[in-house]
Design a protein. Sequence first.
Length: 205
Amino acid sequence: MKRLIFVLTFLAALCFAAPAFAYTVQEGDTMSKIAQDNSLTLDELAKANPQITDLDLIITGQQINLHKSSDSPEPKTEKSNSKDISLSEKEFDLLARIVRAEAQTEPFEGKVAVAAVVLNRVESSQFPDTIKEVIYEPRQFQPVANGQVNKPADQESIEAVEAALSNMRNISEDSLFFYNPDIATNRWLDSRETTAVIGQHVFKN
């Protein structure tokens, strides 16, 4: 049975990988290492290999597609770097709700930093262009998966979003990721550059 599963996984990988851009997983490889060795971001590698649903689980001998997915956007140079973002009422509420869900037990500065990460993603060419698309992008925010994002924002989270939209925007040093290393089960962020540590969250580029 295990052999059949492996064969099916291998064939599925071949369906998505062009031979000229294929890499065979070696013992000790991780998706982060493969991405780094081939000048790709982990997000680009994940999008090029939709057959891999768990980035922490790859099999020796498996084929990995190294060619950027056709669905991957070209660098969006038109994105503004002015950090002057105007949100609709619904976008503001959604951002405050993800802040509450992700950082309810964090200090005020930690809540601001979480809001800033979402705003940084909106401005980054690596992520979608709107608050809603960034927050609901698959496998990015656990509170989206478990429904916690649907609970109303508290007052401090609302104030944190207001701060992130004004004088405290740079609190997370342009970070695009954050996690709590004490409870995280996915460790791929460990290897990325740390930009700030606020409360229990470590912020990364």
